[in-house]
Design a protein around this ligand. Structure first.
Ligand code: DGY
Length: 320
């Protein structure tokens, strides 16, 4: 049995598969494989670890229906047509839990950075524009006792809410497909409608899956219902917000600021006006980029492959 990996991943995962007796090949080049080449490549392999958000759509899956597993090096599985994979009986695995704390750390970091305009003020130093102490310039806003709204309170949203409650005694409200009893008991989180989430949040943080239902849900209409002091944080998927509408809302002062670890498209163009706005902080999709989380992801991705090769259920399977 052999495995193809679309980008280098931490050694622990590769070792696990090699120790189990499987052959592992890695696409070790800066340029990702174009889709047709990836399909061609996969003809020679029994399993795929997709580490670069390749589009695993119905066409890909039909051409590669011999694959015993598609193992994602990510918790998000919006890159895969899960219905098509299920129809073709291809199990799809992802990497939940191991990256929840790391990703929530980045959401928290962005929230603080935006609230104190940290990136903009740092750029001022680089640009030689630090002229001295200014009593009424560079003013941010404090977060103590404010309301955190969580859109998609799963494992990552829970970790973010826990930090916000512990650090700033923030009140937690959330909107989900179904209520999260654990968060309600542990954090006194309150389930609210989407409208209420928009209207009541001082900080609105996104941790929902990217689906047809959530695509572009944070648009002009949504931003217009938010508080003028609101901070918008997206560490989920860039497609959850409409970038043109977000820029307008920030520019017109409809909301106060935004922190993004994900954009649409990725990578973001280096001349994108968002990068030059005082109330915006952008990071290059580094939510899970810690040694610990990435090792955990590599282990899970490998365990999913090994389980599939043994004909067992994947430890973290996405198919229903
Ligand atoms: C994921 O796991 O889905 C992240 O976006 C990559 O860390």
């Amino acid at each position: 049995m052999n495995v193809f990996i679309t980008k280098p991943i931490p050694d622990v995962g590769i070792k696990l598969m090699e120790d189990a007796g499987y052959l592992v090949a890695i696409h070790n080049e800066t340029e990702p494989l174009p889709q047709d080449k990836l399909i061609e490549k996969c003809q020679q392999y029994d399993a795929l670890i997709s580490a670069g958000f390749n589009k695993i759509d119905a066409h890909f899956l039909q051409k590669c229906k011999h694959l015993k597993v598609v193992s994602l090096f990510s918790v998000g599985y919006d890159s895969v047509d899960i219905d098509a994979a299920t129809r073709l009986k291809i199990p799809v695995g992802n990497t939940p839990d191991v990256l929840s704390r790391a990703t929530a750390d980045v959401a928290f970091l962005l929230m603080l950075a935006v609230s104190r305009k940290a990136f903009f003020n740092y750029k001022k130093i680089l640009d030689g524009k630090w002229d001295g102490f200014e009593p009424v310039a560079n003013l941010g806003q404090e977060l103590y006792g404010k309301t955190l709204g969580v859109f998609g309170l799963g494992n990552i949203g829970f970790e973010m809410a826990k930090k916000c409650k512990a650090a700033f005694d923030m009140k937690i409200i959330y909107h989900n497909r179904k209520p999260n009893g654990h968060a309600e008991a542990a954090l006194d989180a309150k389930y609210v409608s989407f409208e209420e989430l928009l209207q009541q949040s001082d900080v609105l943080t996104l941790h929902a899956n990217f689906t047809e239902e959530t695509k572009g849900i944070f648009n002009k209409d949504a931003f217009s219902k938010m508080k003028r002091n609101a901070i918008f944080i997206n560490t989920g998927r860039g497609g959850l917000h409409n970038e043109v509408d977000l820029k307008e809302a920030l520019h017109a002062g409809i909301i106060w600021g935004a922190g993004l670890d994900v954009t649409n498209p990725e990578p973001m163009d280096k001349n994108n006006p968002l990068l030059f706005m005082p109330n915006v902080c952008v990071l290059p999709h580094i939510g899970s980029a810690t040694l610990e989380a990435r090792d955990g992801m590599a282990m899970l991705a490998a365990k999913n492959v090994i389980a599939a090769f043994k004909g067992e259920r994947l430890p973290t399977i996405v198919n229903p």
